[in-house]
Design a protein around this ligand. Structure first.
Ligand code: NAP
Length: 313
C-alpha cells in the first residue's frame, strides 16, 4: 500500500505531503519529498521564494560568490521544485486540521488532504502599533523596499529599525534617493558589523539615534512622522514621502491549533523538525530556532521532508 492509499479520502485533492509556504524551507522540502517519490503539493499565498523574493539581494548563500537577486533566487527554487514534480498553487490557507491521522487543510482553492504536512509559513512583518499606521499602510508606509523603492525616486524616505533588514534595505534605497533617515530607538545598531560599516560610510543615510515613532500623519498619503527622542524627551515632526518599517517579524502561525508553540508563537520542534503532533513537521523561520537565514531554512526543509518520508513508512 502506498502512502497515498493510506491517506483517506481518496480524491484528487489527496496528496502524500502538503507543504504550507513556498519559501526556501518549503521548496527545499518539496525537492526532497518529490525525489523520494511523494506526491507533493505546496501552497503559497504570495510569491514563490517567500520573504527572500522581495529582498534585493542574497549575499550569504553558499555557492553564489557574487550574491544573487532575491527574486531570481526564488524563481530558481521554484523551477527546481517543479522539475522534480512538485505542484505549487497560489492559495491562502484558511484552516488546518492537524490532529488526526489524515491532515486536512482548507484553503481559498478548496480542501486538501495528506498523511503528512510541513508548516513552512515563515514570518510576517511586525507593526509599531502607533496612530496612523493602519490607515497609511500602502499609502506611503511600506514593508518592502524592493517592491516600492522605485516609487520614491528623489523623495524623502525614512526607514525604521536597527537590525539587518533595516540596514540592508536602507542601503538598497540609496539607489533612488539622497535623503534617507534611519530611525532607531537606541544608540547602538543591532545589525551585523559589515552592514553597520556600509551604512556609516553612506552619506545618503542619516541615523536618528534614540528616536521612537509616536505616529504617522497625512490625509491620503503619509506626510510626516511624529518622533520623540527617548533621552531628551524632545518631540519633533519629520516630513517624509515614504516610510519603510523593518522592526522585526512575527511567526505566521495564527491559524494552527494543537501544535505546541513558544510564548512568541514560534513552533517548537525537535532537531528533526517534528512538532508536538505526529505527521506534522515545521521548517524555516516559523519554528523556534537560533539562526533564521536562507541556508538554515533550506536545511530544515530537507530534514522535514525526509522525516515525513520516514513517518509515512
Ligand atoms: P531584528 O533583527 O529583530 O531587528 C529588529 C529591529 O527593529 C531592531 O533594531 C529593534 O530594535 C527594532 N525594533 C523592534 N521593535 C521595535 C519597536 N517597537 N520600535 C522601534 N524599533 C523596534 O529583525 P530583522 O532586521 O527583520 O531581522 C530578522 C532576522 O532576519 C534576523 O535574524 C536577521 O539576522 C535576519 N536577516 C538577515 C539579513 C542578512 O543576513 N543580510 C537580512 C535581513 C534579515 P533593538 O535593536 O533596540 O531591539
Amino acid at each position: 500500500m502506498t502512502a497515498k492509499e493510506k491517506a483517506a479520502p481518496d480524491t484528487e485533492n489527496t496528496y502524500d505531503l502538503l507543504i504550507l509556504g513556498a519559501g526556501p524551507a518549503g521548496l527545499a522540502a518539496a525537492i526532497y519529498g518529490c525525489r523520494a517519490n511523494l506526491r507533493v503539493l505546496v501552497f503559497e499565498q504570495m510569491l514563490a521564494g517567500g520573504e527572500i523574493a522581495s529582498t534585493d539581494r542574497l549575499d550569504n548563500y553558499p555557492g553564489f560568490p557574487e550574491g544573487i537577486g532575491g527574486a531570481d533566487f526564488g524563481q530558481l527554487l521554484e523551477q527546481q521544485a517543479r522539475r522534480f514534480g512538485a505542484e505549487i498553487v497560489s492559495a491562502t490557507v484558511e484552516e488546518a486540521s492537524l490532529e488526526g491521522e489524515v491532515k486536512k487543510v482548507i484553503t481559498s482553492r478548496g480542501s486538501f488532504y495528506a498523511r503528512a504536512i510541513i508548516i513552512a509559513t515563515g514570518t510576517v512583518p511586525r507593526l509599531l502599533g502607533v496612530p496612523g499606521e493602519e490607515k497609511l499602510r500602502g499609502r506611503g508606509i511600506s514593508f518592502c523596499a524592493t517592491c516600492d523603492g522605485p516609487f520614491f525616486r528623489g523623495k524623502k524616505i525614512a526607514v525604521v529599525g536597527g537590525g539587518d533588514a533595516a540596514l540592508q534595505e536602507a542601503l538598497f534605497l540609496t539607489r533612488f534617493t539622497e535623503q534617507i533617515f534611519l530611525i532607531h530607538r537606541r544608540d547602538e545598531l543591532r545589525a551585523v558589523p559589515y552592514l553597520q560599516e556600509r551604512v556609516f560610510e553612506q552619506p545618503r543615510i542619516k541615523i536618528l539615534w534614540d528616536t521612537i515613532v509616536k505616529g504617522f500623519y497625512g490625509d491620503n498619503k503619509i506626510e510626516k512622522i511624529a518622533l520623540e527622542n527617548v533621552k531628551s524627551s524632545q518631540t519633533s515632526d519629520l516630513p517624509v514621502d515614504g516610510v519603510f518599517l523593518y522592526i522585526g517579524r512575527a511567526p505566521n502561525t495564527g491559524f494552527f491549533q494543537g501544535v505546541e508553540m513558544d510564548d512568541r508563537g514560534y513552533i517548537i520542534t525537535s532537531e528533526e523538525m517534528e512538532t508536538s503532533l505526529p505527521g506534522v513537521f515545521a521548517a524555516g523561520d516559523v519554528r523556534r530556532k537560533f539562526l533564521r537565514q536562507v541556508v538554515t531554512a533550506a536545511s530544515d526543509g530537507a530534514i522535514a521532508a525526509m522525516m515525513a518520508v520516514r513517518y509515512m513508512g
